[in-house]
Design a protein around this ligand. Structure first.
Ligand SMILES: [Cu+2]
Length: 460
């Protein structure tokens, strides 16, 4: 599966690597690596797609699959109009996804172009102690300008991570992390689409462009692969595709990632695959800090489905904090008076905040929710993307546009007469259910007249 985008991304990585000197002679393309592996009968896996990211190319060197990671400052566009000064690898945050196969001997050159020392820890990987990357404990730190060599044989398969183990607070808060995938030598099953998403959270003061690494709890930007909605690339699938999504988290919070329109199975952790008898059906998968979670499902429901973190603030972008809560308060004339005293004063809306997204903002910042859908504004930002499932999708590299719903399958407004059901039935008592004493033993259910509900709506 060679896409134009992958080739371009690999080309960019090749240019960066070439400038480093070590890999100057051989141009590297991740897509070409796949062709080579397939020809050798080794690449028996579906290449992983990193939305808004890329895969790190490699070359053979004395029987080692050899990768070149460059730790360096990078500018990342989180969404159009919002640039952030981060640190990462090979021009990206998260760093490019690394793929190898169980049994491979792998070698990593890690070149440090940061202004301070670093190291790389291979999270969840079974390897010799001296390759584990904890600076001071397992190796000396990699000074700026130095290149270190890590090498080991892959003895497992699963979804893992790489990240620094020096000045972790700063380096991880600035975006230094990447996904490391070891495919099984003999796969038990094959998926059609295999995605990788790195979760992260940042504190970036509105109007600035540098993440604040001293923030401990109150983050204000929440990213999938260091992008926020609407800057997140949709996940495309053909109807019936077998899907895997690998989710990694090195942030300070857990993130319950929710998929709409489907149930999935939780099939693996960064410790390896779960036996099939232990697969858990879910619609949200909690991804705690320092773990990865693999989920699998069949894309059997066509449409544009939301895929997002279920913590409400995590599907929002930056906002001014400490706003007074004004929902339900009649503010007519108030804002103008305060504005005279406090220029720029802007209260929370009295019907919520859904209709006050663009309220003037500092440069280089985002609206809280900035998406536009086929039915109007999508009031979402942060950890939100769209899973687009289509019958007869022509290409995985071309956005098919918005879903065209079959007639009669979209929720619409109706008249009031049609809307009011004659009765609402509330199950109040359940006879015969242990622990539930029937009241007088008369009826199983109480029937509440709809009009009596009127008082809850202030109708009386
Ligand atoms: Cu979250």
């Amino acid at each position: 599966m060679i896409s134009r985008r992958n080739v371009l991304a690999s080309g960019a990585a090749m240019l960066t690597a070439g400038a480093a000197g070590l890999l100057r002679r051989t141009p590297l393309y991740a897509a070409a690596n796949r062709v080579q592996e397939a020809a050798e009968g080794r690449g028996n896996y579906t290449p992983v797609i990193t939305p808004n990211g890329s895969t790190l190319p490699w070359r053979w060197e004395d029987g080692y699959k050899t990768f070149h990671l460059i730790a360096e400052p990078v500018v990342r566009e989180f969404a159009p109009g919002f640039q952030v000064n981060c640190w990462g690898y090979n021009g990206q945050t998260p760093g490019p996804t690394i793929e190898a196969v169980e049994g491979d001997k792998v070698r990593f050159y890690v070149e440090n172009r940061l202004p301070e020392p670093t190291s790389v820890h291979w999270h969840g990987v079974l390897l010799p102690n001296g390759m584990d990357g904890v600076s001071g404990l397992n190796q000396r730190r990699i000074e700026p300008g130095e290149t270190f060599k890590y090498e080991f044989q892959v003895r497992q398969h699963g979804t893992h991570m790489y990240h620094p183990h020096f000045d972790e607070m700063v380096q991880q808060s600035m975006g230094m992390m990447g996904i490391l995938i070891f495919h099984p030598r003999r796969p038990a099953r094959r998926v059609d689409r295999d995605f990788a998403i790195f979760l992260n959270e940042w504190f970036i003061k509105p109007g600035t462009s540098i993440p604040d690494p001293t923030m401990m709890l109150d983050f204000n930007v929440f990213t999938f692969n260091s992008r926020v909605f609407p800057g997140t690339e949709p996940l495309l699938a053909r109807l019936g595709d077998r899907m895997r999504i690998r989710i990694a988290n090195l942030s300070m919070d857990s993130h319950p990632i929710h998929v709409h329109g489907h149930t999935f199975r939780w099939t693996a952790t960064d410790g390896g695959p779960l036996p099939q008898t232990a697969w858990i059906p879910e619609t949200s998968i909690n991804v705690p800090p320092g773990t990865t979670r693999d989920i699998e499902f069949v894309a059997d429901n066509p449409g544009d489905w939301a895929l997002h973190c279920h913590k409400v603030h995590h599907t929002m972008n930056q906002m001014g904090h400490n706003l007074p809560i004004m929902t339900g308060v009649d503010q007519s004339g108030v804002a103008e008076k305060i504005e005279e005293l406090v220029p720029g004063y802007m209260p929370m809306g009295n019907t919520g905040m859904g209709d006050m997204m663009d309220m003037g903002r500092p440069r280089n910042s985002l609206l809280m929710g900035d998406g536009e859908g086929p039915f109007g504004e999508i009031f979402m930002g942060g950890m939100f993307t769209i899973l687009k499932i289509r019958e007869g999708l022509r290409s995985y590299d071309e956005d098919p546009g918005w879903y065209k719903h079959p007639a009669g399958t979209v929720a619409t407004a109706v008249g009031e007469r049609q809307a009011v059901a004659p009765t609402i039935v509330l199950p109040l008592r359940r006879p015969g259910f242990p622990g539930w004493a029937p009241l007088g033993g008369e009826t199983a259910y109480d029937v509440v007249r709809a009009e009596s509900c009127g008082k809850f709506r202030g109708g009386r």
